[in-house]
Ligand binder design. Structure first.
Ligand code: MRU
Length: 333
């Protein structure tokens, strides 16, 4: 069975160390909010929904060790970890609201557990809505890891695939390796293979070739932040795939819980994009692949403009263009 990305045990948070996968299955024990912040920043845990859940438990640990009076400080530390996935800020905001009504860390634990449980349910609902878009026999391209490792449940993009397979559809998956952190090569292939799902690994630059050969029927990816107009920030490389999908007339779907939608940003231009350590680009698994001193760019995410998105699959239903009009409707705003 797939080990969960996060588990709360003995009043501490255990985080599956995704830096070590697929070679080693090890949990990192987090006893305070600073250890949780370190784990988020260093991608021990990654994936937008999982980051949000971890941060919520981080608030619990912070208040448990310090006190409710230190809440702002605790939240500030957790919020200074990764800037792009809005689920982090959404979860911290929710914990802050709950803290105003709470007198002990145990009440905050209830809220963190609720965030975790709701994400599991959201994955299932998204899976059901999304599976309707998957043909009886389909070859799906996915990018990065939007699976069980990135969420509380069985995943967003990979949840849709899992649900379609549960319904008896014949689905095979192509996983982009996702340079430079290799979430596709290390994580997506691993979790799909654990479930006996047909997965084929490709390097990021092979997608266009496979599309031109008619080997991809649809693309499904996750998201880190969706702007009010439907622009989607997701793992670097997603935009290139969306352009390729448009050119080849292949549907490009984004699966994400509504907690990933940020009505506070009107378009993708306003989404902060994390720039990570250049060493990630210069090395693979500690082995140098470029000359010392070379200049490097390492944006961790890109923005796919809404015109390239066929639909957004959420736990409340499938959103089709025009997104500016349809997103508020589904959110009940
Ligand atoms: O840098 P990461 O690994 O946290 O980036 C993850 C992604 O871009 C995922 O596609 C996204 O968070 C959706 S996860 C359900």
């Amino acid at each position: 069975m797939l080990p969960p990305a996060l588990r709360w045990e003995d009043d501490m948070l255990q985080i599956l160390d995704q830096r070590r996968l697929p070679w080693e299955v090890k949990y990192v024990l987090c006893r305070d909010h600073e250890e949780v912040a370190f784990a988020i920043k260093n991608m021990v845990v990654r994936g937008a929904p999982a980051i949000g859940i971890a941060a919520a438990y981080g608030v619990v640990l912070g208040v448990k060790n310090l006190s409710l009076s230190k809440l702002d400080e605790i939240i500030e530390t957790l919020s200074r970890t990764r800037p792009t996935a809005v689920n982090l800020f959404w979860a911290l905001e929710r914990m802050k609201r709950r803290a105003r009504l709470s007198s002990s860390w145990r009440e905050l634990l209830e809220e963190a557990r609720a965030i975790h449980d709701e994400d599991i349910k959201a994955n299932e609902a998204m899976g059901l809505y999304g599976a309707e878009l998957v043909p009886e026999k389909a070859s799906v391209l996915t990018h990065c890891n939007a699976g069980a490792l990135a969420t509380g449940g069985f995943g967003t993009a990979l949840g849709v695939i899992r649900m379609a397979i549960r319904q008896g559809k014949s689905v095979k998956v192509f996983a982009d390796e996702t340079r430079p952190v290799l979430q596709g090569a290390r994580l997506t292939t691993w979790e799909l293979m654990m479930d006996g799902i047909d997965v084929t690994l490709i390097t990021d630059n092979m997608a266009g070739y496979l599309m031109s050969k008619g080997e991809i029927d649809l693309v499904i990816v996750g998201a880190d932040r969706i702007a009010a107009n439907g622009d989607v920030a997701n793992k670097i490389g997603t935009y290139s795939i969306a352009v390729l999908a448009k050119y080849h007339n292949i549907p490009f779907y984004v699966a994400a819980p509504t907690s990933t939608i940020d009505l506070g940003v009107s378009s993708g231009k306003d989404i902060p994009i994390e720039e990570r350590n250049p060493e990630e680009v210069k090395e693979i698994n500690g082995v140098k692949i470029a000359p010392d001193g070379v200049k490097v760019r390492n944006p961790a995410f890109d923005v796919t403009p809404n015109q390239l998105v066929s639909a957004i699959i959420t736990e409340k239903g499938v959103i089709r263009p025009p997104f500016e009009k349809e997103i508020p409707k589904i959110l009940g705003r």
